[in-house]
Design a protein around this ligand. Structure first.
Ligand code: TXA
Ligand code: MG
Length: 328
């Protein structure tokens, strides 16, 4: 008798499907999660390899920071520090289509890959009952970008998710079409006040009424302004110089290695971290930002061994190239 795999699209209100989705998240797998805005491609935000699988599935050649989804305000408080204004916004609009970018707590436990190494974290509490049930049952923050492949439109039905990402997700919880249909509004609390990073499901006027201030908007015509939401907090950049595609390590350099073979002179390195001795790009992506932070400050220069620019390697190399670029 042929063995039939269960269909990956399952009703979100089916208890067994919910339990399977929780088990998939716990195992580091990806789940299609309905939310009121759009469907999310969900993974355990505390598990770097699970987060790496999100980027691999989306086929995006760079690491964009992700939103951590939580079931309640208490869970958000464990991840970020609220100031009085952002707390007022959370109390007024959560659960709902508002994402807040706030200082990440040192003990947040969220993978560095999920924030692309930034010290801030985007958090959101979805109002969709299926998302709430999943987040509550899982009990950990869930990283979830919109569930579409890079360059495709955001998915607003389970069928869209399965068509775009079916081979990468273990299960898609089907709760019908997302009723908001556009992504959440993203607001960041910065040193210079509240900034609107992305217009979305919650109108800015409503946010301004509660905050009691106007939202600053990034002027895309301003060459000094950040050009994409993820760039606002500026990318994490190590203080050390970064040298790429190194085949000969110079004495005293910090070595960022990859794969079973080491470059010549590796034994003269001040310190070595291998992103993945077995040459696994998922594992390497999961370790990238914490490795950069650890090597930074241990030597004036970080020497990076060659990393294949295929699959997730493309995003890893993109990130390292930015780290190696001359500083202003
Ligand atoms: O409605 C939504 O927000 C959906 C559902 C699934 O929740 N999610 C979503 O995620 O749209 P995504 O990854 O497609 O968009 C998140 C945006 C990105 O543009 C990213 O750059 C920005 O949030 N972002 C995340 N963390 C950030 C941070 N720490 N600082 C600045 N921008 C950040
Ligand atoms: Mg998106």
């Amino acid at each position: 008798m042929a063995i039939h795999n269960p269909p990956i699209i399952r009703p979100a209100d089916d208890r067994d499907a919910l339990a399977e989705a929780v088990a998939a998240l716990a195992a580091g797998e990806l789940v299609g999660m309905p939310t009121e805005t759009v469907y999310g491609l969900a993974a355990d935000a505390t598990n770097g390899e699970a987060v790496a699988r999100i980027y691999a599935a989306k086929g995006r050649p760079s690491f964009n920071p992700l939103i951590a989804h939580v079931a309640d305000l208490a869970a958000a408080e464990r991840l970020v520090s609220f100031d009085p204004v952002s707390r007022r916004l959370a109390e007024a609009f959560w659960p709902g289509p508002l994402t807040l970018v706030l200082p990440k707590r040192a003990d947040a436990g969220v993978s560095d890959l999920a924030t692309a190494g930034l010290d801030t974290l985007a958090v959101r509490m979805p109002s969709h009952p299926a998302a709430h049930a999943l987040l509550l049952a899982f009990g950990r923050p869930v990283a979830a970008p919109s569930a579409n492949r890079s360059g495709h439109v955001s998915a607003t039905t389970a069928a869209h998710v399965a068509a775009d990402l079916g081979s990468s997700v273990s299960i898609v919880l089907d709760a019908g079409p997302s009723h908001v249909g556009v992504e959440s509004t993203i607001v960041a609390m910065t040193d210079s006040g509240l900034v609107l990073l992305r217009a979305g499901g919650l109108p800015r006027e409503e946010i301004e009424a509660v905050a009691g201030v106007r939202l600053q908007v990034i002027d895309l015509a301003d060459p000094e302004a950040p050009t994409a939401p993820g760039q606002l907090a500026s990318h994490y950049a190590p203080g050390a110089m970064v040298r790429l595609d190194v085949e000969d390590v110079r004495p005293g350099e910090a070595l960022l290695a990859f794969g079973p073979g080491l470059p010549r002179g590796a034994s003269d390195a001040a310190v070595t971290i291998n992103l993945s001795p077995r040459g696994d790009l998922i594992e390497a992506a999961a370790r990238l930002f914490s490795a950069l932070r650890e090597l930074d400050g241990k030597a004036a220069t970080i020497a990076v061994a060659p990393i294949p620019a295929t699959g997730l390697g493309e995003a890893i190399v993109d990130r390292l190239r930015r780290a190696a670029a001359p500083r202003p």
